[in-house]
Design a protein around this ligand. Structure first.
Ligand code: ZN
Ligand code: ZN
Length: 314
C-alpha cells in the first residue's frame, strides 16, 4: 500500500538499527553501573533507555511490515501486530516505573550509600553516546518527520543524563544520598509519560480513531470543493498502523461515463494522499443519493436486516 523506494527504506532501517545498538549498549552500561554504584537514578535511566529501545524496535518493525505483502487470509497485512506489541510493552513500562517509584520512596525514607564517582562516570558515558547519535541525526531531522521526533527525544534523554550527572556531583560534594532517589523519581515520571504516549497511540489505532492531526470534516470540505463532486458522505478515516492511514467514502457525482468518473476518483485520491497523507482510499461513486446519506454512517447491526425484511413483506 505504501510506495517508498527500497533504497530509502534501507537507509531508514540502517539508521534505526544503529540507534537500537547504541541505545542498548548505553542501557547495558547504565544497568551494570547502576548495580555497582548502588544508584537508583542510573537504574531508572536504564529503564528509560529500555523504553527507547522499544520505541526504536517498533519503528523498525513497522518499516519492515510495510514491505511484507498481505495474503488472502490477512488482507490488511501484519501492521497491527506491532500495535499489540506496543500496548503489551507499555504495560511493562508502567510496571518498571512502579517498581522504581516504590524503591525510590523507601530510599528517600532511608537513604542508601551511593558511589558518586562511578555514578558520575557512567552518566557521562551515557551523555556522550547520546550527543553522538543526536549529531548523526541532526542533518536528517530537518527533512524526515520520524527522525525529527527521534532527534528531539535524544535531546530529552541528554537532559536526563545531565540530571544524573548533577546528582552525582552533589553526592560527591555533599554526601546527600537522597538526591539519587529524588532524581530517579523524576526519571520515572518521564518513563510514565513515554509509556502513556505509546499506550494511547496503540489504543487509538485499535479503536479505529481518525489519525491524530487529520480532521475528517476538513477532508469532506476539501472534497466537496472539487469540480464534479456534488456530495460526500459515509466517510470513514482510520489507521491500520500509526504510520498507515486509510479512508473510505461515498461520492455523489452527475450521471457521467465511467472514464470521467474515474478521472474524478483519481483526483480525489491524489488530494487525499497529498494533503492528508492518507495512502489508501476506497471511493464509492454514486449518481443517486444512497440510503447511507449521513456524513459518518451510523452502523446499527441488525437494523438494516430488519428494514429489508419489512420491505420484502410489503
Ligand atoms: Zn528516551
Ligand atoms: Zn452513498
Amino acid at each position: 500500500m505504501t510506495k517508498q523506494s527500497p533504497g530509502s527504506i534501507q537507509a531508514v532501517e540502517n539508521k534505526l538499527k544503529l540507534g537500537i545498538i547504541v541505545t542498548a549498549s548505553i542501557l547495558a552500561v547504565e544497568l551494570a553501573g547502576g548495580f555497582l554504584s548502588n544508584s537508583l537514578a542510573l537504574l531508572s535511566d536504564a529503564g528509560h533507555l529500555f523504553t527507547d529501545v522499544l520505541a526504536l524496535s517498533l519503528s523498525l518493525y513497522g518499516v519492515r511490515q510495510a514491505t511484507r505483502p498481505p495474503s488472502s487470509h490477512m488482507t490488511f497485512g501484519y501492521h497491527r501486530v506491532g500495535v499489540l506489541i506496543a500496548i503489551a510493552n507499555a504495560i511493562g513500562i508502567f510496571a518498571i516505573a512502579g517498581i522504581v517509584l516504590h524503591e525510590a520512596y523507601s530510599r528517600l525514607v532511608q537513604p542508601m550509600e551511593v558511589r558518586g564517582l562511578l555514578m558520575l562516570a557512567v552518566a557521562v558515558i551515557g551523555l556522550g553516546a547520546n550527543v553522538l547519535v543526536a549529531s548523526w541525526l541532526r542533518t536528517e531531522q530537518r527533512t524526515n518527520l520520524n527522525i525529527r521526533s527521534a532527534f528531539w527525544h535524544l535531546v530529552g534523554d541528554a537532559l536526563a543524563s545531565i540530571g544524573v550527572i548533577i546528582g552525582a556531583l552533589i553526592i560527591l560534594l555533599t554526601g546527600w544520598f537522597w538526591i539519587d532517589p529524588a532524581i530517579s523519581m523524576l526519571i520515572s515520571v518521564i518513563i510514565i509519560i513515554a509509556g502513556v504516549q505509546i499506550f494511547r497511540q496503540g489504543i487509538r489505532v485499535l479503536l479505529e480513531a481518525a489519525p491524530p492531526g487529520i480532521d475528517a470534516m476538513k477532508i469532506i470540505h476539501t472534497l466537496k470543493q472539487m469540480p464534479g463532486v456534488r456530495d460526500v458522505h459515509d466517510v470513514h478515516v482510520w489507521s491500520i498502523s500509526p504510520e498507515l492511514h486509510t479512508m473510505s467514502c461515498h461520492v455523489l457525482i452527475d450521471d457521467l461515463p465511467t472514464s470521467q468518473a474515474t478521472d474524478i476518483r483519481h483526483r480525489i485520491e491524489d488530494v487525499v494522499r497529498q494533503q492528508f497523507q492518507i495512502e489508501h482510499t476506497t471511493v464509492q461513486m454514486e449518481c443517486q443519493q444512497c440510503d447511507a446519506s449521513d456524513i459518518f454512517c451510523t452502523w446499527t447491526f441488525g437494523a438494516k436486516g430488519e428494514e429489508e425484511k419489512n420491505s420484502h413483506q410489503q
